[in-house]
Design a protein around this ligand. Structure first.
Ligand code: FAD
Length: 436
């Protein structure tokens, strides 16, 4: 008898954990196929550390085949799902199309950059969701400091040494906190910049405080660290228009800059919105068993799914790695239950807290609701990340050690160019092909 085929689309937190749990339960009794555009699981929460030279990119890129025995990796981007025919269509990295049938399907395609209809933003801003954008940002910041040093024009020098981050959630706050340290360190190495004001960073958000949605004490710690470091934190402020020369703020100010970093949040991967099934703010609606209503063979989890939050009736779980990871486990168990292995169970979670790493010796954390800041939060944050990563822990730890002892490496490789990371890219995990 042939083995049932379970196809998982997306190898992020949700898809990786679904594949891992299923392979442990199935022990070869099912064919588990993981479809992903690249051959690694990206540990997204440490992306700001890649962008600012603390970690090398491969540290947070965990090999799928190396850590998921018993799971077949199919490299490619799923493009459509034929729910009646139980097949998906995908395109591999060399542009070849193929179809893949399934007995069970898990949709875990994650999210992409959120866009807002603000003039000039899609042309002049870059997002921060995938590895190409992190590599681009590291080079871009290095280049701005080098070009500022080479310029004789004070206005150009100032614009190149000004960095604007929009969105003060955990992504934007971490990018601004790490980015400020990075550019300050770079500027100190350049003769004409060393004795001037350090690079200027602005962090903007329409919300009244940083880290909206996270506990108050974490917001206070984060804002204090940012302002002590010299970041200009402007709440209740956003961008009215972006131009080649700079940004017009909603406050009426104009800030000359060549660097607009867009961290206003994410929206679900468009793949799930195109299925013709009910969605909630673009996320595919599922029941508490992560099952798509009317399609008992289809499951969805992570950022791409609107999962009922049983602890907060009427709400859906937020888009976080913690939820995606634990939902992957639930999806796997419920799929096994659909084949008679174990009992299916609804997705329930206990809030384990959150960590925000602010670079240097600073962090904010609330493990099990215990408010921490400073070195204690830093230790918790690094320990938490190391424990959560499914591989590369020694290499990541070694990079942290080296970063604590050695200066930042001030070189740009120029491998990811500006047009390869457009803000509207619906696949931020891959550089865009030229011409669209
Ligand atoms: C900079 C940053 C920092 C963050 N820090 C934290 C944090 O500290 N703590 C926390 O809890 N959350 C954090 N988050 C949020 C967290 O990363 C996401 O909630 C989490 O990654 C969602 O997991 P997922 O599996 O749904 O999606 P992802 O992890 O994004 O994985 C989706 C996968 O699907 C693949 N994919 C996409 N489209 C297709 C397709 N069509 N076909 C095949 N494969 C596809 C992608 O390549 C990717 O591998 C952070 C996010 C960012 C951007």
């Amino acid at each position: 008898m042939s083995r049932p085929r379970i196809v998982i689309v997306g190898a992020g937190f949700a898809g990786y954990q679904t594949a891992r749990t299923l392979s442990r339960i199935a022990k070869g009794a099912a064919e588990i196929v993981l479809v992903n555009p690249h051959d690694y699981f990206l540990y997204v929460p440490l992306l700001p550390e890649v962008a600012t030279g603390t970690l090398e990119p491969r540290r947070i890129s965990v090999s799928l085949t190396g850590t998921l025995p018993g799971v077949r990796l199919v490299l490619g981007q799923a493009e459509h799902v034929d729910l009646d025919g139980r097949r998906i269509g995908l395109t591999d990295p060399e542009g070849n199309h193929r179809e893949l049938s399934y007995d069970r399907l898990v949709l875990a395609a994650g999210s992409v950059n959120k866009l807002l209809p603000i003039p000039g933003v899609t042309e002049h801003a870059h997002g921060f969701r995938g590895m190409p954008e992190a590599l681009y940002l590291r080079d871009h910041m290095t280049r701005q400091i080098e070009l500022a040093d080479a310029s004789d024009d004070p206005a150009e020098r100032e614009a190149r040494c000004t960095f604007v981050v929009v969105g003060a959630g955990y992504t934007g706050s971490e990018v601004a906190a790490h980015g400020k340290l990075f550019t300050d360190a770079l500027a100190r190495k350049h003769g004409s910049l060393r004795d001037r004001e350090p690079p200027r960073w602005l962090l903007l958000d329409v919300a009244p405080r940083v880290l909206p949605g996270l506990p108050e004490h974490m917001a206070r710690t984060t804002e204090r660290v940012l302002t002590d470091r010299g970041v200009d934190v402007r709440m209740g402020t956003s961008v009215d228009e972006a131009t080649k020369e700079g940004v017009h703020l909603t406050s009426g100010d104009f800030v000359a800059t060549r660097s607009l970093i867009w961290c206003v949040g994410v929206r679900p991967d468009p793949l799930v919105g195109d299925l013709g099934l009910p969605v909630d703010k673009g996320r595919l609606c599922v029941d508490e068993y992560l099952n798509v209503p009317g399609h008992p063979e289809v499951f969805a989890c992570g950022d791409a799914a609107a999962v009922p939050d049983l602890n907060h009736p009427g709400e859906v779980t937020p888009m976080t790695a913690q939820h995606a990871w634990r939902q992957g486990k639930t999806a796997a168990r419920n799929i096994a239950a659909s084949y008679g292995r174990g009992e299916r169970a609804p997705y329930r979670h206990r809030d384990l807290g959150f960590v925000v790493d602010l670079g240097g010796a600073s962090a904010a954390a609330n493990p099990l609701q215990l408010p921490l800041s400073g070195l204690a939060a830093k230790a918790v944050s690094r320990g938490y990340h190391l424990m959560s990563m499914p591989g590369n822990r020694v290499r990541t730890g070694a990079d942290w050690l080296l970063d604590a002892m050695l200066p930042k490496q001030a070189v740009q490789l120029g491998l990811v160019r500006s047009d390869a990371v457009p803000l509207e890219n619906t696949a931020p995990e891959l550089p865009a092909r030229s011409g669209g």
